[in-house]
Design a protein around this ligand. Structure first.
Ligand SMILES: NC(=O)c1ccc[n+]([C@@H]2O[C@H](COP(=O)([O-])OP(=O)(O)OC[C@H]3O[C@@H](n4cnc5c(N)ncnc54)[C@H](OP(=O)(O)O)[C@@H]3O)[C@@H](O)[C@H]2O)c1
Length: 272
């Protein structure tokens, strides 16, 4: 598995998303993924599943240093003392003494970015998170964090897939050598039944979902975190790394509609 190097951490380019899985279902899915070789797990306090993720990690006996765990602070907890409380609760549920990446999950209208990043930086200095980052930040917010606050963010986790254009944000992240972690990389499953992707897949003895994932992972500086509850889909997503797309495939994918957003980060102005 290829990794992205960013701010002192090494992030496996394919991870397991865990949104909408909780309890036993989540524990079983994470255990299965770890057994298949996944080493990057994406969770969040908002998903209500950090305890299940923690139980799966503990049961797996994968050496901690081989594992990348991302969790996130929800936007109601962005005051400095609230971040600390949320972080402590996340670590406790995950049964870990540190996470690899701690993200601001979702912007809020009244967030005070300098105070937020001062707190996140302290957590990093204390060794409780190895790196910090953001999710759902638009270009203006990114510029504030990178150019004014100069926070060493290790990624921006945003929705990105074959049916959604993210060129402006991607170009900025590229120029700053900041990885883009693609969430909803399968457009919440819609990519799996797309006719164009199915036809491309037929050529390569691959599924439409595998084509969608490989299109993302062929791009420099991009990681993807598909959610898959079943071992068969988890394995298929790992196998997507072997698919070889050609110019004609990329042209057909470029012609797909690029305005199919699955998640709308509330108040965020146009992602320009
Ligand atoms: N930062 C944020 O604000 C944010 C927002 C949204 C998501 N995320 C993260 O990104 C992760 C992924 O996004 P998502 O879960 O919304 O959507 P997604 O990964 O694009 O799609 C998940 C859907 O695709 C299906 N699937 C997975 N592999 C497949 C395969 N090989 N063939 C056919 N279908 C397949 C899953 O099936 P099953 O139902 O059978 O598992 C599920 O229904 C989340 O779990 C979460 O960790 C972050």
């Amino acid at each position: 598995m290829e990794h992205l190097q960013t701010q002192g951490i090494s992030v496996p380019r394919l991870g397991l998303g865990t949104f909408r899985m909780q309890g036993e279902v989540c524990r079983a899915a994470v255990e299965s993924a770890l057994a298949l070789g996944y080493r990057h797990i994406d969770t969040a306090e908002m998903y209500g599943n950090e305890d299940a993720v923690g139980a799966a990690i503990a049961a797996s006996r994968v050496p901690r240093e081989d594992l990348h765990v991302t969790t996130k602070v929800w936007n109601e907890n962005l005051a400095p003392d609230a971040i600390r409380r949320a972080f402590d609760a996340s670590l406790k549920k995950l049964k870990l003494d540190h996470v690899d990446l701690y993200l601001v999950h979702w912007p809020s209208k009244n967030m005070k970015l300098p105070a937020i990043f001062e707190t996140l930086m302290k957590l990093k200095e204390e060794g409780r998170t190895r790196a910090i980052g953001v999710a759902n930040f638009n270009l203006a917010m990114l510029k504030t964090v990178v150019e004014e606050i100069k926070a060493p963010i290790a990624c921006n986790q945003i929705e990105y897939h074959v049916m959604l254009d993210q060129t402006p944000v991607r170009k900025y992240l590229d120029a700053q050598s900041i990885p883009l972690v693609a969430y909803c990389p399968l457009a919440q499953g819609r990519a799996a039944s797309d006719e164009t992707l199915t036809a491309i897949g037929r050529k390569h003895k691959a599924s439409a979902a595998q084509v969608a994932l490989k299109w993302l992972l062929d791009q420099d500086g991009v990681a993807a975190i598909p959610k898959a509850s079943r071992a068969q889909s988890q394995q298929a997503n790992l196998d997507a790394l072997k698919v070889k797309l050609d110019e004609a495939d990329r042209k057909a994918i470029a012609a797909l509609p690029k305005d199919q957003r699955c998640v709308n980060p509330g108040f965020a102005p146009a992602w320009d």
